[in-house]
Design a protein around this ligand. Structure first.
Ligand code: PLP
Length: 388
């Protein structure tokens, strides 16, 4: 059976479609009125309840210390900026990897201009994974305040092992932060077991929520300075920012319709189970990789083992410009995927594709087998067309 078009294979950018309940929750909340932390009338109280319940469902899904550790942000980028600018001071040292997204690279570059030392540890050009030993030994070269790693690369698909690092960082008194933009909702994550200090997540990718949502998880005991100040609905008499979380880091009116959608999305994810999502996405990735491997002239990047790969496959076709390949797949086959550098030039430098980037396929939980068959046929046809 041929799939409905267009065929959406760009879930690493933002997940699509969302569960039906997400659309309903956003629309109902937008119509319903009210805003949280800003009054005591019935709509305001209902809004407060929704915000608390959304923190609670996130805390249950990720097994956080408690729900006040989940700070709402408009996206992962804001969460990352809040963590970095709230933590780092001139003279601090940060160790990170060569596969970070610009959401990490650019704030760190800005902080470098203000006296923060940044050291990038190279990932393997084949797998995109950074050796745990290399991260540890680089941290030990000099006093290090923060180790920051990308859990899953949005370019290479590589999954970075976190287990051996967190306990070690605690022993060494190094704060451990994870960019969970591509892993949250796609890979089971137990924040309590991992004991990670800071974890930044968008709501609109693997969590299946709306754009304009996200959070920063701040483990109990980690002190961050706010980098945005303003109204929180609490301690209104004071001209100082509240000291307690989450209000300390959550100034301004929250995106209530977005959070209603996120609540519905996380409820859906909890019912399906992130294990089931991981399994389904791995099957799709296996199908894509084995199909692409059978097409002459396709170069696939990233880890061979499915256990080391999230729901992302980057490839190139013959020596063609990836942007052209993506354009032709869109124009002639109605296939939507992302090409180029994917906001992560360091990752492309690592795998040797900095000049034009790659074509990136990222299926999601709702991607069907027939869509993958159709995509593989379209790549094969395109190859024949290029060679004709
Ligand atoms: C690894 C990684 N980190 C951070 C981000 C930034 O996420 P957002 O656009 O939600 O801020 C992305 C988005 O693609 C990403 O893939």
């Amino acid at each position: 059976m041929s799939p409905l078009k267009p065929v959406y294979l760009d879930n690493a950018a933002t997940s699509h479609p969302k569960p039906e309940t997400v659309y309903q929750a956003v629309a109902e909340t937008l119509r319903g009125g009210g805003t949280s932390g800003r009054g005591a009338h019935q709509q305001a109280i209902a809004a407060d309840r929704l915000v608390y319940e959304t923190r609670d469902v996130l805390c249950d899904l990720f097994h956080g210390d408690d729900s006040s550790c989940f700070i709402f942000t408009p996206n992962a980028t804001t969460a990352i900026n809040q963590a970095l600018f709230g933590l780092l001071k001139p003279g601090d040292r940060v160790v990170t990897t060569s596969v970070e997204h610009n959401a990490v690279v650019r704030p760190l570059r800005q902080l470098q201009d203000h006296g923060v030392e940044v050291v990038k540890v190279a990932a393997s050009p084949n797998t995109g994974i950074v050796s745990t030993e290399a991260l540890k030994s680089t941290c030990l070269e000099k006093s290090t305040r923060l180790l920051l790693v990308n859990h899953c690369s949005n370019v290479i698909g590589s999954i970075q092992a976190l287990d051996g690092l967190v306990a070690w960082c605690r022993e060494q008194n190094i704060i451990f932060m994870v960019d969970g933009a591509q892993s949250a909702g796609s890979i089971p994550i137990d924040l309590k077991a991992l004991n990670v200090d800071l974890f930044a997540v968008p709501g609109h990718k693997g969590l299946l929520g709306p754009q304009g949502t996200g959070f920063l998880y701040v483990r109990r005991g980690i002190e961050l300075e706010p980098y945005i100040f303003g109204g929180t609905g609490a301690h209104s008499h004071s001209d100082r920012q509240p000291a307690e979380y989450p209000e300390r880091l959550e100034s301004g009116t929250l995106n209530l319709p977005g959070l209603a959608g996120l609540h519905a999305a996380v409820t859906y994810l909890s019912q399906v189970g992130v294990d089931a999502i991981r399994q389904r996405e791995s099957e799709l990735i296996e199908h894509i990789i084995s199909g692409l491997q059978s097409i002459d002239g396709v170069t696939i990047y990233g880890p061979e083992s499915l256990a080391d790969r999230c729901s992302v496959v980057s490839f190139n076709l013959l020596s063609n410009d990836p942007a052209e390949v993506g354009f032709l797949l869109d124009q002639h086959a109605d296939i939507l995927l992302r090409t180029g550098l994917h906001c992560a030039p360091d990752a492309h430098q690592t795998i040797g594709t900095l000049s034009g980037g790659t074509v990136r396929v990222s299926p999601g939980y709702f991607t069907t087998d027939s869509e993958i068959v159709y995509f593989l046929e379209a790549v094969l046809k395109l190859r024949e067309h290029i060679l004709s």
